[in-house]
Design a protein around this ligand. Structure first.
Ligand code: 9D3
Length: 249
């Protein structure tokens, strides 16, 4: 997948993307990343990318022309079928379903705003999609673009190891994770759950699913709202709640 990030702070993207899973995807050639700076498309001596808002008020608004030119260059460089995604607080909420949709594309342009945001005509003219990464305020689109980039690249074939990618097909990523433990077996009197020490893989899988379902039921019930629970799943949740009441001994 070819990715272009349009940003006034391209180093922020390049530096962060060089680490971890995204860095490996880029090193392996599974994905490519280019940054395009709207400031390079300004035509005035001051390299102006923003201006005061019509109607008054605080803050500055990103001008149409420099960012439009940067998006146009990204479109020229990207393969047919690529999508232009603007990161904005008004966008569709980014989630794993959106990540899977984007991972199917041959190319992606991620457009980052700063200040109060984009002149709306830029979004109307250039955006295939607007995405938000959540209902909180961050100071610009770059951290959001890095979130989207990580979530999408890790879905590309070959980016993760075999074991991790096999896990991704399963419904387990729609539930909260189960708790994890490593050595030593006792820390400050706290034991690793006995089920994990049995070596019985069926029991271990059942315990993990019980924890995932129970934690999701308690902490994020809305994640279960769109799904029909099987009799087995309801049984596991009941066991989880009963064991919790008993004090998890
Ligand atoms: C504090 C100013 N806000 C109300 C007057 C408007 C506002 C403008 C610009 C709020 C945030 C931003 C910058 N944010 C993003 O560019 C952004 C974002 C976000 O803030 N939250 C969640 N997802 C995203 S994607 C891009």
């Amino acid at each position: 997948m070819d990715v272009k990030v349009i940003s006034l702070f391209p180093e922020m993207i390049r530096d962060a993307a060089a680490w971890g899973v995204t860095g490996r995807a880029l090193d392996n050639g599974i994905a490519s990343l280019g940054c395009i700076n709207p400031r390079d498309f300004t035509t005035d001596v001051h390299q102006t990318v923003d201006d005061r808002p019509y109607g008054g008020g605080p803050g500055m608004v990103l001008k149409v022309e420099p960012t439009a030119a940067a998006v146009a260059q990204a479109r020229e460089q990207l393969p047919a079928g690529a999508k232009v995604v603007f990161l904005t607080p008004q966008g569709r909420l980014f989630n794993q379903t959106v990540a899977r949709e984007l991972a199917e594309l041959p190319g992606l342009a991620l457009v980052c705003g700063r200040y109060e945001g984009f002149d709306e005509r830029l979004v109307e003219a250039c955006a295939d999609m607007e995405l938000s990464v959540g209902d909180y305020v961050i100071s610009g689109g770059e951290p959001a673009a890095l979130v989207v980039l990580d979530a999408v690249l890790r879905l590309l074939p070959g980016v993760l190891g075999d074991a991790l990618s096999a896990q991704q097909d399963s419904f387990s990523d729609e539930l909260l994770d189960c708790p994890h433990y490593t050595r030593p077996e006792i820390v400050d009197g706290r034991q690793v759950p006995a089920e994990l020490l049995t070596g019985n893989h069926a029991d271990i899988a059942r315990w993990r699913l019980k924890q995932s379902l129970g934690r999701t039921w308690q902490r994020r019930p809305e994640l279960l709202a769109g799904r029909e629970l099987t009799a087995e799943e309801r049984q596991l949740i009941e066991e989880f709640l009963a064991e919790q009441k008993a004090g998890g001994d």
